[in-house]
Design a protein around this ligand. Structure first.
Ligand code: HEC
Length: 140
């Protein structure tokens, strides 16, 4: 019993280390950085919604927390308080999804996924535009 606890703790520490090493940590500054960041958000969000189990969902939610933290700082740097607030709200929902999924509370996680989706949409309506080649930050 003591041994298996130790192994679990070691495994968890490894998982955290791996998760942190794949999470982008560089602060997004340019429009290109932000485009990459959003592609990462799209990928993590899709994987989270399709996750086979609650552990997988929690792992993707953790990536979203890091990405939206970056997004929050990006918008704060551009003096766009409204977008920075949306990024913060998205980060908080992602953190709640992580918490709920980790506790195996999938209905709770799904409630926050739905709210998160509303935040994605609100920010996109205001700040995203479609171009010939994809999406870009709306020039106001
Ligand atoms: C704070 C504002 C904001 C929030 C919140 C936000 N986005 Fe975005 N998103 C943008 C902007 C602005 C763009 C356009 C920039 C670009 O793609 O270059 C964008 C672009 C995208 C793209 C297109 C990327 C590409 O160019 O192919 C995807 C996919 C995306 N967002 C997914 C999401 C998802 C999923 C969420 C919520 C889980 C989300 N976003 C939340 C602002 C936001």
């Amino acid at each position: 019993m003591r041994v298996s606890r130790f192994l679990m703790a070691a495994g968890l520490a490894l998982l955290v280390a791996v998760t942190m090493s794949v999470t982008p940590s560089a602060q997004a500054k340019t429009d290109e950085d932000y485009d990459k960041l959003m592609k990462g958000v799209g990928a993590a969000n899709g994987a989270m919604r399709k996750a086979a189990d609650s552990d997988a969902a929690a792992a993707e939610a953790k990536k979203l927390v890091a990405l939206f933290k970056d997004a929050n700082q990006f918008w704060a740097g551009r003096q766009n308080t409204e977008a920075a607030d949306w990024a913060m709200a998205a980060m908080n929902h992602a953190a709640e999804i992580d918490k709920a999924a980790t506790a195996n509370d999938m209905p709770g996680a799904q409630g926050h996924m739905k709210e998160l989706g509303g935040v994605c949409q609100a920010c996109h309506t205001k700040n995203r535009e479609k171009t010939e080649t994809g999406f870009a930050i709306k020039k106001s």
